[in-house]
Design a protein around this ligand. Sequence first.
Ligand code: ACO
Length: 401
Amino acid sequence: IDIKTLRNATGGVITIDPGYKNTGSCESAITFLDGEKGILRYRGYSIEELAEKADFLEVAYLLIFGELPTHEQLNKFEADIKERSVVDDDIKKILDAFPKSAHPMGVLSSLTSALTAFYPSSVDVKSEEAMYNAIVRILAKFPILVAWTMRKKQGLPLDYGDKNLGYVENVLKMMFKSPNSEYEQNPILVNALDKLLILHADHEQNCSTSTVRIAGSSHAGLFVSLASGISALWGPLHGGANQAVLEMLEAIKEDGGDTKKYMAKAKDKNDPFRLMGFGHRVYKNFDPRAKIIKVAADEVLGDLGVEDPILDIAKGLEQEALKDPYFVDRKLYPNVDFYSGIIYRAMGIPVEMFTVMFALGRLPGWIAQWREMRMRNEPIGRPRQLYIGETSREFKSIDKR
Ligand code: ACO
């Protein structure tokens, strides 16, 4: 039934659905998610298989263009990205203007928006070719912005990376290269980051993706639509949860490691404390990404020889939650962010950068959803409301109030 027929039939009735818990905003062919069964598939391929057999750029191509690339397609995609792997030097001046204390997510969102000023042809994307150019341009420049937000905070020199390296290797080098020595790639870290980025690459109509789609539905450009998504991702109820999880685990450790005390706090309805990294709007079964990441976390810590008391606290909380009726009844299982922070920490990534890493992974998903929305010529997103304020009032001049 089309919306006009519905509106006429219902006399303009509006459905109220706070948090859009039961509202579909679009038709999409990108990501399939069954929250009850714990299934996640990109374009029909299971997340388990993609995480094991594909690399991040292949998955990015799949999400954006709908098919796994052939060798030829992947080589061209990679070459097109590499060709654009620089940013205008004036971006450094903008970066310099931020205080060192600035949160990297705010910096990343601002710089992503600022790119529009330097590459205005990315805004008006009427042809498929213009759209393709905007897409490869942002895939090329975003990792540079990611690395720079971290290095700025650490007061380290900024680098454009190395075009001979793979996408993920290059990110790591740009982030971690010391000014005084050569950077040596660690295949364990490359593999772990590749997997993490794949697991985060798309998750259908979540908060940040919906934000990208709704911002882009006004035909605002790709980069500013992405910047809106980055802002939405920042919040602790969404992507910011990975930072919040680590901070919570640290706080529990500092407080003596009593996980039972924090379980009780999480269940106390008079206490605003929530167990960060638990629960999900859609998964009412185990988050399939969390399953893969849990194994990866064990592998990375084992391979790197990291003994981390934080991991013991995490495991303790998980074990208690899995048998606690409060969590079991509400189907609150660990989500992807419960474990990702532990891996990022073992890789030497600062806690404030965790959500930035999530944004790097989610980039292809946001792009794919934005592209789908534009190619399907979707109407501008504009929800309605139920007005509950004052009705008609008479204006009183300021001296009579
Ligand atoms: N700790 C304790 N109780 C919780 C938690 C939690 N982490 N999550 C949900 N609950 C409880 C709620 O208090 C509520 O209880 P009630 O039925 O007695 O009122 C019930 O479970 C349902 O919770 P809602 O908030 O209604 O669920 P919603 O779908 O709106 O929220 C969310 C999902 C935001 C993820 C929530 O579970 C949460 O805040 N989790 C912690 C933050 C987090 O980890 N976010 C990352 C999500 S994954 C991602 O964005 C990649």
